[in-house]
Design a protein around this ligand. Structure first.
Ligand code: NDP
Length: 490
């Protein structure tokens, strides 16, 4: 029978009677029912977060916050297998990748547990008679709205720095994948984080999410999701001048220079686009290959892409699992057709895999797909597909490829493959992205700033500097002279 998941407001499980169903995308099976928040529930969650902020959390000593965040990480580690299994069940993604995500979610809490006691202000002798010091004070109540592609990891990226800084939280997970976020908030309470510090509301983004994002009781909105949703959230947040962090879409370039180690470049580039079934914001989905190595690289790339194992997400030998939904499957398939209509050549994929077990007959599997003969102005090269589709573009010179790589509305990640270190640094400096990786595809480590420029958004997550986005700087100016103060000479 499908399990039921409640909202969590002020430390209590809350149900309103209204529910929505959550499915396993790999089978289409209903796996859970989830409480659906009303707008009054959002009000209650924000009130609980405000009361907990002023009543307890901002007054909790940093060292105690450290212990509590470490305890969250410890319990997550104990429940690692359960969290991985639930994430695989709810996302349909291959367990081989999900294990890394859950590890990283735990390490986020560990990183911010350490960071809590290192939030320092500064001192500045502003004038001979004025000493200025700064206090880093928590921003307040944070609305945190997350997408369906990395449900637990995104929840950790949001909750851990907010709590470290002394803020309180109302989290809204994606409606397709709320389950591990509910578990994480339960774990926060099990660890001893006081009621009201972390609240969770579930329900449709258009109503519950939008209402939360513009709620007058919220001081900051941290959002990860589509660029168009980000624009509408920013418009709502602007009504009360909330602080905001926006982690939005991407169309990241992956550049193979002629001097690259082609074996590494092929293997790393395949992972860079097909991990997480291609449903990652930093998917290096535009692959630029130099004309001198184009034929050799593309032949190997296609041969190895065809060898990827796709199927049962819980099977550790699988590389690729299911897409999240029928709708996402159709979006991906329609983009492949758009690409072919624009003149692209299909080198592999472009269809549902054959021979899947009976159990996965209703799953949303899509073969890793390679489109060649693409130029950078085509829609498939400009629009985020968010699925296992890579476009390959041939180029001739370094200057040309830098221009092409930057010719996009997005600016999240870029990957370079070259043995020429001077070139690597030179090109890294010219790319308009928040992240550049050289000779490997990995973009996200706790402590490393993660985020983008242009319409990918603003603000960096996962890093020490993220704490600046959850704190306000207050300047205190103290008169230190022994002479009387009389500015008007009265
Ligand atoms: P969406 O923008 O559709 O949804 C994200 C979240 O916002 C969900 O919780 C959703 O709720 C909610 N939401 C939807 N509409 C509104 C609204 N009007 N007001 C407030 N909240 C709303 O994104 P997806 O879930 O489809 O995620 C995929 C996107 O996320 C991709 O574009 C991807 O690039 C981006 N992403 C970016 C990352 C980055 O770091 N830059 C990392 C990961 C993903 P509901 O689920 O109920 O619709």
């Amino acid at each position: 029978m499908a399990e039921h998941y409640s909202m969590i407001i002020n430390g209590e499980a809350v149900d309103t009677g209204e529910t929505f169903a959550v499915q396993n995308p790999a089978t289409g099976e209903k796996i859970a029912t989830v409480a659906q928040a009303s707008l009054a529930d959002v009000d209650r969650a924000v009130e609980a977060a405000r009361a907990a902020f002023h009543g307890v959390w901002k007054k909790t000593a940093p060292a105690k916050r450290t212990r509590l965040l470490m305890k969250v990480a410890e319990i997550m580690r104990e429940k690692m297998r359960e969290l991985v299994a639930l994430e695989v069940l709810n996302t349909g993604k291959a367990v081989s990748g999900v294990i890394g995500e859950v590890h990283q979610a735990i390490e986020d809490f560990e990183f911010y547990a350490g960071a809590t006691t290192k939030i320092y202000g500064q001192t500045y002798p502003a004038a001979p008679f004025v000493l200025n010091y700064t206090l880093k004070e928590p921003v307040g109540v944070c609305a945190q709205i997350i997408p369906w592609n990395y449900p637990l990891m995104m929840a950790a990226w949001k909750i851990a720095p907010a709590l470290a800084a002394g803020c309180t939280v109302v989290l809204k997970p994606a409606s397709l994948t709320p389950l591990t976020a509910v578990k994480l908030v339960e774990i926060c309470h099990e660890a001893g984080i006081p009621p009201g510090v972390v609240n969770l509301v579930t329900g449709p983004g258009a109503s519950v999410g939008a209402y939360l994002a513009e709620h007058p009781g919220v001081d900051k909105v941290a959002f990860t999701g589509e660029t168009e949703t980000g624009k509408s959230i920013l418009a709502g947040a602007a009504k009360t001048i909330k602080k905001a962090t926006m982690e939005l879409g991407g169309k990241s370039p992956n550049i193979v220079f002629p001097d690259a180690d082609l074996e590494d470049a092929v293997n790393g580039s395949i992972w860079a686009v097909f991990t997480s079934t291609g449903q990652t914001c930093e998917a290096r989905s535009r692959l630029f290959v130099h004309e001198d190595v184009y034929d050799e690289f593309v032949a190997k790339f296609v041969e190895r892409t065809k060898s990827l194992r796709i199927g049962d997400p819980a099977d550790k030998t699988m590389h690729v699992g299911s897409l999240i939904s029928r709708k996402q499957w159709e979006t991906v398939d329609s983009y492949v057709k758009i690409g072919l209509g624009e003149g692209a050549e299909l080198l592999c994929g472009g269809a549902r895999p054959e021979g899947l077990e009976e159990e996965f007959a209703d799953g949303h599997f899509y073969l890793p797909t390679v489109l060649a003969n693409v130029h950078n102005k085509m829609r498939v090269a400009q629009e985020e597909i968010f699925g296992p589709v890579v476009v390959i573009i041939k180029y001739s010179t370094e200057r040309e490829v830098v221009e092409l790589a930057n010719d996009t509305i997005y600016g999240l990640a870029a990957t370079l493959w070259t043995k020429d270190t001077a070139r690597a640094h030179r090109v890294a400096g010219q790319l308009q992205t928040g992240i550049v990786t050289v000779n490997h595809p990995y973009t996200a480590f706790p402590g490393t700033p993660f985020g983008g420029s242009k319409q990918t958004g603003f603000g960096r997550e996962l890093a020490f500097e993220t704490l600046n986005l959850y704190t306000e700087t207050k300047s205190v100016l103290v008169y230190t002279s022994d002479k009387p103060v009389n500015p008007f000479g009265l």
